[in-house]
Design a protein. Structure first.
Length: 595
């Protein structure tokens, strides 16, 4: 997304960027200037070489001390989770290409330490810029942060620090390093906006953990926002308003009050167990797409990952990820979520999820075509690589394997064969894995619902994907706005499909979870509870909302409500009945007002 500037006739100056952390902040701008000194490169004589190398080593040592200090000063439990970023930066300080490359440049090209470092950093940039994967490309920022720190140390320039902020303000910066962000004083920095950065940058992730509204990627905020100008940051919408009019100011003040009130209220539920008034417990897990979403999952007390969509690893790149690359990412997630389990779903491409290098073009009905498990069973080399990586990750924590879009027992058996062969290979190679790795399947085709009893004998758990189940059961393209009005999880056919799935799972004694969007709808909690789901998996921020409803209902009431809903013949009547009942029981939650 590119940033743009719009001036509304009433006088607001509107900047549009990327919403990195939700919420609204209002305050005077504190503009941090001078992102990094420009390195002064100088030719040196042979006599000066050792002196410059020593100067570079001192800068390295100082950077180590500075980063260790940051580490020691972070006391906050929520932030402790992020200290691995500082460890990554400490590791970069030992990187052979960075250290050895700079020393070689000083020694062989006769340039001063700043020149040698600048040339080495340039080499890193060229390599990172050629990476197509957005997530990995963004990791270049870690090298940049370390490089800038070293350049400042070499030039003897003090770090701009957020400690200079002495009264509440919205910080405007070219970029904020994770080390800066970790030391933010939440009382003083009410929000921040930056010229660079994306949603997956570490700084954005930290902002979310800190609960500080932030907009990044504004390109020229440091030029456009004058010091002390009043600023509104809408981190949910990715919008910044400079010099707001009276009317805009009042509007956002109201929005901020509603948002802050709801957030505070939700926090109260964070640490409470997810159980009903009559003691029925549900496991609330998180749906993940990126390793960087783990801190948010932990902050919202997710009891493990119910769905890790691995297809994002395969997108925007020219070749599929290798076994080693996958293992590194799976392992990172598994170790950071430990001791909670991580459910890794095998590649789900096709339909609306296209992966550039995988040629699926030309299918008349991609959603009914070579999608998900069908693709994996055709491209077995890719599938085996992924199974090996998942198995190897299971040596580092609790892993569950999940197969997408199963429509028959034969597919589960074929997958199990591949899994057993992958295990045999790993055994032969002496590579460790969990021999009892649970194997689960997505229930997201009508066929899977009809034969749920047969499928339950072949696997260890079910996870219902309502996004697809609704699409396939009601024959509605999930991405087609013309039929979106028909897309309703409360359609009587869907309620029956869910009921059949749960009862098949119960009879076979296996856990039944849901990871489609329906699981994240607080309104549906009593219904899902009564249907017999054991686990719900959703976006991290939804966990406290679902938990809040769960803790205020009784299983027995859910059962009675479900009985009533099952009598109703149309989706609309079911929805209306549920909405009326929930608005009556929880007026503060479901009566429609505000945000
Ligand atoms: C689903 O279909 O409900 C699901 C969780 O999978 P996805 O949205 O990734 O297809
Ligand atoms: Mg699906």
């Amino acid at each position: 997304m590119t940033s743009s500037e719009k001036n509304n006739p009433a006088g607001d100056q509107i900047l549009i960027g990327i919403g990195a952390s939700p919420g609204i902040a209002i305050g005077p701008a504190y503009v941090l200037s001078g992102s990094c000194p420009v390195p002064v490169e100088r030719a040196i004589s042979a006599d000066e070489v050792e002196g410059e190398i020593a100067h570079f080593r001192q800068a390295l040592e100082l950077a180590r001390t500075q980063l260790r200090e940051v580490r020691a000063r972070v006391q906050d439990q929520t932030l402790a989770e992020h200290l691995y970023i500082i460890d990554t930066h400490l590791l970069i300080l030992d990187d052979e290409m960075l250290v050895g490359g700079t020393i070689t440049a000083i020694r062989e090209q006769f340039v001063n330490a700043e020149g040698g470092l600048r040339r080495t950093l340039q080499r890193f940039r060229t390599i990172f810029d050629s990476i197509e994967d957005e997530y990995l490309r963004e990791r270049r920022s870690d090298i940049d942060f370390v490089g800038n720190r070293l350049l400042r140390n070499l030039a003897g320039v003090a770090h701009h620090t957020l400690q200079q902020v002495v009264r509440p303000a919205v910080v405007v910066a070219h970029d904020l390093s994770p080390a800066d962000t970790l030391l933010i004083d939440r009382e003083l920095v009410t929000g921040f906006i930056t010229d660079v950065g994306g949603r997956t940058s570490h700084t954005a992730i930290l902002a979310r953990s800190l609960g500080i509204p932030a907009v990044v990627g504004l390109e020229s905020a440091t030029l456009l926002v004058p010091a002390d100008a009043p600023v509104i940051v809408d981190g949910s919408a990715g919008v910044v308003i400079v010099n707001p009019t009276e009317a805009t100011f009042r509007e956002y003040l109201g929005k901020k009050q509603v948002y802050d009130y709801r957030e505070r209220e939700l926090q109260a539920f964070r640490d409470l167990p997810p159980e009903t008034l009559d003691g029925h417990r549900l496991t609330l897990r998180v749906n993940l797409e990126l390793a960087d979403d783990v801190p948010q999952a932990l902050a919202n007390r997710a009891e493990g990952v119910g769905l890790y969509r691995t297809e994002f690893l395969y997108m925007n790149r020219s070749a599929p990820p290798s076994e080693g690359e996958q293992l590194a990412i799976y392992r990172e997630i598994v170790e950071r979520m430990a001791p909670q389990p991580v459910t890794i779903r095998t590649l789900d491409v096709g339909g609306d999820k296209l992966v550039s290098e995988i040629n699926l073009a030309g299918e008349a009905n991609p959603a009914l075509g070579l999608r998900a498990i069908r693709f994996s069973l055709k491209e077995v080399r890719l599938f085996r690589t992924q199974l090996r990586a998942i198995l190897r990750a299971s040596a580092h924590g609790k892993v569950r394997l999940l197969l997408p879009m199963i429509s028959g027992v034969a597919e589960v058996r074929a997958c199990r064969d591949h899994l057993e062969q992958a295990k045999a290979e790993l055994r032969q190679e002496g590579l460790p894995f969990d021999p009892a790795l649970p194997l689960g399947i997505m229930i997201e085709t009508p066929a899977a619902v009809f034969i749920a009893e047969l499928l339950a004998r072949e696997c260890d758990f079910f996870s219902v994907g309502t996004n697809d189940l609704i699409q396939y059961a009601l024959a509605i393209d999930r991405g087609n706005e013309h039929v979106a009005y028909l897309y309703n999880p409360l359609h009587p056919a869907i309620l029956r499909a869910l009921g059949q799935t749960c009862s098949a799972g119960r009879k076979a004694g296996i856990a039944v979870g849901m990871c489609g969007e329906m699981a994240a709808d607080p309104m549906c909690v009593p219904v899902l509870l009564a249907l017999g789901f054991n686990e719900l998996s959703m976006n991290a921020v939804e966990i406290p909302r679902v938990k809040r409803v769960l803790r205020q209902v009784r299983h027995a009431d859910g059962v009675r409500l479900l009985e009533r809903l099952m009598q109703l013949p149309t989706a609309r009547e079911v929805s209306e009945c549920l909405e009326t009942e929930m608005a009556r029981r929880f007026p503060e939650l479901f009566a429609r007002f505000g945000l």
